[in-house]
Design a binder for this molecule. Sequence first.
Ligand code: HEM
Length: 523
Amino acid sequence: GMISDIAGPLAQFTSHASWPTLIAAGFASFLALAVVLNVLQQLLWKDPHAPPVVFHWFPVIGSTITYGMDPYKFFFANKAKYGDVFTFVLLGRKMTVCLDTKGNNFILNGKLKDVNAEEIYSPLCTPVFGKDVVYDCPNSKLMEQKKFVKFGLTNEALRSYVTLITAEVENFVKSHQAFKGQKGTFNVPKVMAELTIYTASRSLQGEEVRNMFDSSFAELYHDLDMGFSPINFMLSWAPLPHNRARDNAREAMIKLYSSIVEKRRSGQVKKESHDMIWHLMDCKYKDGTPVPNHEIAGIMIALLMAGQHSSSSTIAWILLRLASKPHIIEELLEEQKSVLGEDLPPLTYDDLQKLPLHAHVVRETLRLHAPIHSIMRKVKQPLVVDGTNYVIPPSHTLMSSPGVSAQMPEHFANPSVWDPHRWDAGSLNFEAAEDDEKIDYGWGVVSKGTNSPYLPFGAGRHRCIGEQFAYTQLQTILVAFVREFRLRNIGGEEGVVGTDYSSLFSRPLAPAFVEWERRNKEN
Ligand code: HEM
């Protein structure tokens, strides 16, 4: 029978102790020894000046799997066990996590001589963005580049973007195959990824880039994006097919952006829009040098990447959350009608400031679904953690997760409930608080965020400069969707999908379908 068929050769195999068996046995005992030594070291060797280490069986692997599957579950479980400061092993690296407002402030507002971002992010980002921008240059140069972008996002520019984004959304909901007919279902994360690429490129990137997204650009974008596969945290240099495709795509993209710039400079294209390419063409570093073409390209690629993942995941979560509470969609429509008029005139940038519930929907969604769950910095010299006697050595990486304080019951009542109205009273408006400190790193005055438990855009010198653009884009898409559709979970069920943490940016687990129905029947 079956069993003896297998047992026969197996018995033979073991009794003769062949080479493969010996090697396997040797490996098994080596592994066992490594596990025992690793466990003993954790139990016997406790340095009072080092933060507690998250218990793990295997060296190198450490907590990689539990952290990777659900970072927030991992952070909260270990916060309960070890407190706000602890170290865990991630692919052989020692990561020291500092949580809650003190931890956020300690890491994000750390001094340049103490903590460093580019050493961590450059291996991943430089092959995608190209040379001399963002993390492939001194921090002072990044600060200037952030200034260029921040100052390019003027009210006038944002005003023009609202019109362009609205036009893109209206065209999309009319012509996309997911929205054929009067009602149906659509895969929210997938369809929203496509829409945000059109809205962001049409506004921030300009007409040429937008038009290329219907053809050559989409594939290049995809290949470039593969450069952010998590495996690249270790192997971004490796001559693997996806890295070769990334390198080719980057070179092709830099050429495309450079040719756009050249064509504009030659006077063949009139300056009629407020896109970022036009703005960067006029920018000069403090020493007087203009921004070279490959740097304009690099900055534009960085903006494309930074904006795309964060915004497309956020708008997907917004629609998924709304589909699970459809009455809020009706409230949003009511807000538009009562503020802007029953006839719902074309949306303007100034209108956005008058629609608080729309802003609160975005704000509340970012509280529970901030796209960036872990922010990292390399320790540059032995560092005492504020308020403790722990000293973190330079071999460690610091990890901050502002999403943790945003989900703590000490800061937000019933933290796991998605409720945009919790922001109504204004008591959670941390940036308006009296003790809120301001600071300027060279790209405009921002809140230091020292005491705020709500930092979805980070804090300190690496803080996001895309916040206004992100809000403008997200709210504009939201306004258009609310006008066009009713949404609900399939069959009117409750709840939302879980989070996919497998890429660098967290996003809804796909596929995630919801039902849509057009409001306007004669469409
Ligand atoms: C930095 C979040 C949209 C451009 C950051 C950081 C966070 C963040 C947390 C800090 C990272 C760190 O400290 O290591 C978000 C969220 C967004 C969003 C939640 C949307 C919902 C955008 C958009 C753009 C953008 C639309 C571009 C137009 C940048 C840039 C940085 C940054 C240039 C600076 C990186 C640095 O200084 O090292 N963002 N972002 N972001 N973001 Fe955003």
